[in-house]
Every structure is written in structure tokens, then in C-alpha cells.
Design a protein around this ligand. Structure first.
Ligand SMILES: [Zn+2]
Ligand SMILES: [Zn+2]
Length: 285
């Protein structure tokens, strides 16, 4: 049964494309069905904040750039939460991202707007080359068996996340039906719509931040600092700073460049959960 082989599914862009279509259609249906509910927007905002940080702090600054160090347990927790964003496992995500830094805006770059906005935003996800790059093993990450397992079974954490949302809504409905929240309501706002919003927020760093904004640093690419993306994607919009200092945990260089992701890393460092936090000028990757 080749179709059910998990490795085949992970490497097959048609499968991921079908999944993205399903989620976009689900998001559209939910928006028409629920319209803009106050509770819904609060649930979306809370889930979005946690989930986007799993990409910015976890997948991006930690797994891809080693901007700080942490325990194996926290590493595993970050990887699990990252998987919940349905952007693949931590090793595959990092492989694609490191490739972007190696070939930024060159012919080899998988998601450069030089090949058009759509290619940079979503088109690259439909290229078989992306999957070739994604499944090249990264020695520093494949040494951890649990990460290799998660990369393979990256659909397990989101299934648990979605099930918990549904159960949470079911529980609220049981104890207080007057609130008007049920399993499907939480699944839609905290799961389906949140996934679609996190997808576009993540992709906009690749597309928007290589097109529009300021370029205070000279880099060998078209990376830009973009305030709107920095606010939406918790500091990732300071993308020109990031291309200049890729392994820095801090992308916003001063208080006029808000960087919530760095704020969280700073806080985790203060309470001793992460250490050896790298800052600008301490680069090598
Ligand atoms: Zn970039
Ligand atoms: Zn990066």
C-alpha cells in the first residue's frame, strides 16, 4: 500500500497541496458560517500567538539558526508545537530555510520573489525541488532520534492539538451551553483558521520581506525590514537585520523595532530555560 506509506506522503507535494486546499476551503466555510464572532476572534488570537512563536522562536531561530541553546525536553516541546503548524517536521523545515540563506535571491533559492510574488509566497511549496532539499538530513538535528521520529510522523502533534480543541469545546458546551461554544467552534477558530493565518504569516516573510521595506544593511540579497510583517510575525519582519545577523536570537535591533520573539527568548533566558543566547555581532551561521 504505497499510498499509505508515511514517507511517501511526506515527500509528495500533491498530498500537501490537497491538505492546504482543504484547510483554505474549511476556513472559508467557517468564516461564512460563524461570521466575525467575538469569542472566535479571541480564540484565534490566543492560538495564533502561541503557534506563530513556535515557528519564529522554535523552527526558525532555534532549529534553523541555533540562536540559543536549551534542554532536550524543551527542544522536543518546541518541535511538537512547530509540527502543529502543518509546515512539516523541524528537520525538513530547517533544511529548506538554511538553503534559503545559502542561496538568497539567487537562481537556486526556492522562494525568491525574483521568480514572482506567488512563487515566493506559495508556489515553492508545489515544487518537487523543495521536497528534495527538505529531506536532505542535517547532522546537527538528525542526531536526536525523537526529532527524526517527529519529522516522519509530523502529523501526530497536530492531530492531538485539534482533538484537544474539539474536546475543549465539547466540554464548554456540556457545562454551559448558553455560551454558544462547541467542539466545531473551537476546532475552526483555534485550529483550521489559525493554521491558515499562520501559513500566510510565515510565507509573507519570504515574499513581502524580500520585496518591500527598508534595507539598512548591505547584504547579498533583497531582504528588507518591514514593520507590518514584524508586528504580524512577532519580529520576523526585521528580515534585512536577520540576513545580516542570521544566527542572532534578536532581529529587532532597538526599541523602535519590536521583536516579541526575542522578548520571549530573553524571558526564557532569565528563568534559566534557555542559555547561550546569541546576539547581533556574534554570528557564524
Ligand atoms: Zn530571507
Ligand atoms: Zn533565517
Amino acid at each position: 500500500m504505497t499510498f499509505l506509506n508515511v514517507d511517501t506522503l511526506n515527500r509528495h507535494y500533491q498530498f500537501h497541496r490537497a491538505l492546504r486546499w482543504l484547510f483554505h476551503l474549511g476556513a472559508l466555510w467557517g468564516l461564512l458560517h460563524y461570521s466575525l464572532s467575538f469569542f472566535g476572534l479571541v480564540i484565534l488570537a490566543l492560538n495564533y500567538l502561541i503557534c506563530i512563536l513556535s515557528i519564529t522562536v522554535g523552527y526558525h531561530r532555534y532549529f534553523s539558526h541555533k540562536a540559543f541553546q536549551t534542554s532536550r525536553l524543551i527542544q522536543f516541546a518546541m518541535a511538537c508545537l512547530g509540527c502543529c503548524q502543518l509546515q512539516g517536521g523541524p528537520i525538513a523545515w530547517s533544511a529548506v530555510h538554511r538553503h534559503h540563506h545559502r542561496f538568497s535571491d539567487e537562481k537556486e533559492d526556492l522562494h525568491s520573489p525574483v521568480q514572482g510574488f506567488y512563487q515566493a509566497h506559495m508556489g515553492w511549496l508545489l515544487s518537487s525541488k523543495t521536497y528534495e532539499v527538505a529531506f536532505k538530513p542535517l547532522k546537527d538535528l538528525t542526531q536526536f532520534k525523537e526529532l527524526v521520529w517527529l519529522d516522519r510522523y509530523n502529523f501526530v502533534p497536530p492531530v492531538i492539538y485539534f482533538a484537544l480543541l474539539w474536546l475543549g469545546g465539547f466540554w464548554v458546551e456540556m457545562i454551559n451551553p448558553a455560551v454558544g461554544i462547541d467542539g466545531l467552534f473551537l476546532l475552526f477558530w483555534g485550529g483550521i483558521l489559525r493554521t491558515v493565518v499562520v501559513w500566510h504569516a510565515t510565507w509573507s516573510v519570504n515574499s513581502v520581506c524580500h520585496l518591500w521595506g527598508q534595507q539598512p544593511h548591505q547584504t547579498h540579497d533583497n531582504s528588507k525590514n518591514n514593520l507590518w510583517i514584524a508586528l504580524l510575525v512577532q519580529g520576523e519582519g526585521w528580515h534585512n537585520n536577520h540576513h545580516k545577523y542570521p544566527s542572532s536570537a534578536r532581529n529587532g535591533m532597538h526599541w523602535l523595532e519590536p521583536d516579541v520573539s526575542y522578548g520571549l527568548i530573553w524571558l526564557l533566558e532569565r528563568v534559566g530555560l534557555v542559555w547561550r543566547v546569541r546576539r547581533p555581532h556574534e554570528n557564524s551561521v
